[in-house]
Design a protein around this ligand. Structure first.
Ligand code: FMN
Ligand code: SF4
Length: 503
């Protein structure tokens, strides 16, 4: 009889685990310099938000326990989850926008140092993001929030062949809109208003009519720099500038950034703010402090940035002195699934999001600008190693420019064989494994000890990601109900039904 466990495992690559001797001789488990630091090997846990910070952004005992658990498995580096650089309420997102956050982060750095015996270096991902509203209730939006202007009246008149809408009282016009079909609304609302109605209002970096968006280039360099200085004061080893996924800096880099103020439109313009932020951060921290960045090797949206431009972006940032470059993929809002009324869109729900955290159900690579991997064709059709070719091409360009900036890849790499193959073929210098580290935080130690057969392998079915999507504490289906009775209440989920830390 087959168990559900067997069913999941059968969808994963068949693999061979090394003996302790072989592991000790491997390229993946050999040291590497990143900036002025030496990492013990090329293992890496990329940033993951587990929703354990307090509602006002502080490190909690559950945050400490989450990172302590990873550190026990002694990865060479952990990147702490996306952490907000502004001093504004952001729900239970970790924050670093004020000195009051430093003591908690210092405790976090100490916990990781102690649990890993000083082996694991700790970086923190610095994020800025623009406002996104929940999808509104239809009538409420049309009655209260929609701005009625001449252009809307004209579109409505033309579409319905009735010019009385040009003069109609605003309240009557709103009532007519409420009574209209969805099809009429799709035709008469501006694309932006229609998006606000059906997805929830979302600010863009191109909204330069808004003062706080127009002035982003003036405020962000110092916000990032001060956050980095706090990370250094807290005893962390470095920062990762979040220039990827759905957030402000990735949107500046995006081909969709048409700002005409010198910070968009051309590749040079799109790169300008990320370069200025990097320069400000570098100037604010000591030379030994690592400053890396995560960028997209492909946005995976129509009209977005694809590999060719990502190569130019990566090379430019490397030339500017970045200490490492982590390559991710997709995770944009543009193609996100429609949220339910009262919920906000989530950038990992559409095709670009699926490329960011691929599951065993993902189909062949087929999006606009997709880069097919000629060396390992199975990567083009499965979740495993699907993003490696992006890192490889960006790394190649960086090496051709005479630079040795280490490049991190991540995405469905969860076996010794795959990780060793990536490093041995010089496709990337460091191999990130996010979900595999959740499933089994001890997996790297097991590999080092020659006990790979005991690794609790990630199923790549994204139960964890679904929790993340609903801002619920992230746990793994393979362990969150195991030995629950032994777990103290602060280390259980809010509903008490799941353990927050791997057994
Ligand atoms: C629960 C969860 C939270 C994540 N949060 C972040 C984040 O804060 N910043 C980020 O750059 N990537 C984030 N990611 C993406 C991961 O860093 C990684 O790129 C992705 O999961 C693919 O790697 P994997 O196949 O090894 O899991 C998150 C992934 C998961 C599963
Ligand atoms: S819950 Fe997440 S970490 Fe656990 S097996 Fe599923 S995909 Fe992997």
């Amino acid at each position: 009889m087959t168990s559900p466990h067997d069913k999941h495992l059968s969808r994963l690559p068949v693999t061979r685990w090394p003996s302790a001797d072989e592991a000790a001789r491997s390229r993946w488990l050999s040291p590497l310099s990143v900036g002025r630091l030496t990492l013990a090997d090329r293992t890496w846990i990329p940033a993951m938000v587990p929703w354990r910070a307090s509602d006002d952004g502080f490190v909690t005992p559950a945050v400490l326990a989450w990172y302590r658990r990873f550190a026990v498995g002694r990865p060479a580096a952990i990147v702490v989850e996306a952490t907000g650089i502004r001093d504004v309420p952001s729900g239970p997102l970790l924050r670093i926008g004020h000195d009051r956050f430093v003591p908690g982060l210092r405790e976090l750095a100490e916990v990781v140092r102690e649990a890993s015996g000083g082996r694991t270096k700790l970086f923190i991902q610095l994020i800025d993001f623009l406002a996104i509203k929940r999808r509104p209730e239809r009538a409420r939006f049309l009655e209260r929030f929609l701005v009625i202007d001449e252009a809307l009246r004209a579109r409505l008149s033309a579409h319905l062949g009735d010019d009385s809408f040009m003069r109609m009282e605003e309240s009557s016009l709103r009532a007519a809109l409420v009574a209209s079909s969805d099809e009429v609304l799709a035709n008469v609302l501006s694309p932006r208003d229609h998006e606000s109605l059906t997805m929830g209002h979302r600010e863009r970096v191109t909204d330069t009519h808004l003062a706080h968006v127009r002035t982003l280039p003036t405020v962000l360099p110092s916000l990032f720099a001060e956050a980095a200085a706090r990370a250094e004061a807290a005893g962390l080893d470095g920062v990762e500038l979040h220039y990827a996924h759905a957030y402000t800096m990735a949107s500046f880099l995006s081909r969709t950034n048409t700002r005409d103020d010198g910070y968009g439109a051309t590749l040079e313009g799109r790169l300008r703010l990320p370069r200025e932020v990097l320069a400000a951060v570098r100037a604010r921290v000591s030379e030994r402090f690592v400053v890396g960045a995560r960028i997209l090797g492909d946005e995976v949206i129509a009209g977005g940035t694809h590999l060719e431009e990502a190569i130019a972006i990566g090379r430019t940032l490397a030339e500017d002195g970045l200490d490492y470059l982590s390559i991710s993929k997709g995770g944009r809002f543009e193609d996100a699934a429609q949220p339910k009324v009262g919920h906000a869109a989530y950038p990992y729900t559409g095709p670009s999001g699926h490329e960011c955290m691929p599951t065993v159900k993902i189909g062949p690579l087929a999006h606009e600008g997709a880069h097919l991997d000629a060396r390992v064709p199975s990567r083009n059709t499965s979740a495993f190693g699907r993003n490696v070719s992006l890192a490889r091409e960006i790394r190649r360009a960086i090496r051709e420019a005479g630079l040795s900036t280490p490049v991190v890849t991540a995405g469905g790499i969860a076996t010794y064989e795959e990780a060793e193959d990536v490093v041995a073929h010089e496709e990337a210098d460091l191999v990130g494994a996010a979900r595999q580290a959740i499933a089994d935080p001890d997996w790297l130690e097991k590999v080092r000890r020659g006990e790979g057969h005991a690794v609790r392998r990630c199923y790549f079915t994204n139960y964890c990601e679904a929790l993340d999507q609903h801002h619920k504490e992230v746990t793994c289906q393979q362990w969150d109900r195991e030995a629950l009775a032994d777990v103290p209440v602060p280390l259980r989920s809010k509903d008490g039904k799941r353990r927050l830390i791997a057994p």
